[in-house]
Design a protein around this ligand. Structure first.
Ligand SMILES: C[S@@+](CC[C@H](N)C(=O)[O-])C[C@H]1O[C@@H](n2cnc3c(N)ncnc32)[C@H](O)[C@@H]1O
Length: 268
């Protein structure tokens, strides 16, 4: 992929790798640049499990979306959506209920430009460029007011993104703000990377300091504290392959993953 490609937004910084494009590369996508691939290769040298992590995390996002849709949720906000590939949130939600509406949010211009292309013909889904740390700018955006009925339950998907929020931005306080903004009966789907079981994740996190998105590892207790006030649905906070696996064998090797995930309900 080169900077001449017609979809590359003018404001994109291709000289510094971004989490969205690195993740796209891990998943075998084409929306990344040489600088992203160079850093990805250094990351693979210290932490070869990275593509596995991306795959099992994406699979968790899909299962959590389907779960919420099956609970009757028809409106979704996917924050830190990255580059939607096959099996994106709107495809899963609209397969359960064609009336489902999806607002995608990312602060990375390539992720937003790519999502715009994918969603061109879908009037029940849209993408906005906004920051997770500013919920008001997300819920106040014209696409949010068009697509979402805030008096009805919704699902907020905050998957593999809060580890890019430093402690100084109070991630637990941020999740509490989302919780307070969600009608009872709403759901949060959440995942967060940790170094609890794989010490080499820390080496990969160190390399992320060379990207636009430094990453912060947190322990299981720290992740659990962020979910205070949400009623976690069974099986609670687990490694993502252990969260309602399609096949029990998918969870056998879960500790190789180091990604914690949960789905929580807002009870009012
Ligand atoms: C690892 S990807 C996860 C993509 C998707 N949620 C998934 O789990 O498959 C993280 C995404 O979060 C985005 N991101 C990082 N910090 C963000 C912020 N403060 N606000 C919005 N998006 C952010 C990145 O641009 C990237 O697309």
């Amino acid at each position: 992929m080169t900077s001449e490609a017609s979809w590359v937004p003018a404001e994109v910084d291709i000289s510094t790798p971004s989490a969205a494009r690195l993740y796209d590369y891990y998943l075998g996508g084409a929306y990344n640049f040489e600088t992203d691939r160079e850093l990805a290769k250094k990351i693979f040298d210290v932490f070869p499990e990275m593509p596995y992590l991306a795959q099992v995390n994406r699979a968790f996002l899909r299962r959590a979306t389907k779960f919420c849709a099956e609970q009757g949720i028809t409106q979704f906000v996917d924050i830190g959506c990255g580059l939607p590939t096959t099996g994106a949130v709107h495809e899963i939600a609209q397969a359960v209920n064609p009336d489902s509406r999806v607002l995608y949010v990312d602060n990375e211009p390539v992720a937003v430009a790519h999502s715009e292309l994918i969603l061109e013909d879908n009037d029940r889904a849209a993408v906005i460029q906004a920051d997770l740390r500013d919920p008001d700018s997300i819920f106040g955006h014209p696409h949010a007011t068009r697509l979402l009925d805030r008096d009805q339950p919704l699902a907020v998907l905050v998957v593999a993104v809060v580890h890019f929020v430093p402690d100084s931005d109070d991630p637990a306080g941020l999740l509490a703000r989302y919780r307070d903004a969600m009608t009872p009966g709403s759901y949060l789907a959440f995942s967060h990377v940790s170094g609890d079981t794989l010490p080499n994740v820390a080496k990969a996190a160190e390399l992320y300091r060379n990207s636009q998105n430094p990453a912060y590892l947190r322990t299981r207790d720290e992740v659990a504290a962020m979910l205070t006030g949400f009623e976690l649905v069974d099986p609670g906070l687990v490694f993502v392959p252990q969260w309602r696996p399609a096949d029990p064998r998918d969870a056998e090797d879960a500790e190789r993953c180091s990604f914690y995930g949960a789905v929580g309900r807002v009870t009012g």
